[in-house]
Ligand binder design. Structure first.
Ligand code: NAG
Ligand code: NAG
Length: 131
């Protein structure tokens, strides 16, 4: 039952992300609009929940997300993380895919899991992925 719920949530979250991306592309998808927006100083960021991609096995599993987001005019993913066992594996893959696809990513620490007193842990993550 718990696994079923998790899979449902995962499917739903991916579907919601795709729906949001496609809706954004449909709304703003004409290349004229996209070019106009990209010529401004304003940037678009998209929240990406690493907790729903915990079972991905390689950086190429992230390629389609990176490519679709870029095509929709999204400048960067904010990679939402908790302190889970899969976090480093998935962050490494997401960062590799971003580099391969010329996409920008950064870490969004989820303070439902992190504590503000964990400055050393958070600092270590930023140091590890921030360069
Ligand atoms: C990578 O993306 C940046 C910013 O979106 C852009 O200025 C640059 O031309 C891109 N480089 C390549 C090789 O696509
Ligand atoms: C602090 O952050 C590190 C790095 O993400 C993490 O591994 C650790 O579980 C965190 N500790 C606590 C108490 O949240």
């Amino acid at each position: 039952m718990a696994l079923f719920m998790l899979n449902m949530m995962r499917s739903c979250a991916v579907a919601c992300f795709l729906a949001a991306t496609l809706a954004a592309a449909a709304l703003h998808g004409s290349s004229g609009f996209l070019n106009a927006r990209q010529s401004t100083e304003k940037m678009a960021f998209c929240h990406f929940v690493i907790g729903v991609t915990d079972d991905r096995t390689s950086s190429s599993d992230y390629d389609s997300d990176m490519q679709q987001a870029k095509a929709a005019g999204i400048d960067a993913f904010a990679l939402n993380i908790g302190a889970d066992a899969y976090t480093d594996t998935q962050l490494t893959s997401a960062y590799e895919s971003a580099a391969q696809n010329n996409m920008s990513v950064y870490i969004s620490f989820d303070f439902s899991w992190y504590t503000i007193s964990n400055t050393s842990g958070i600092g270590a993550m930023i140091k590890n992925y921030g360069t």
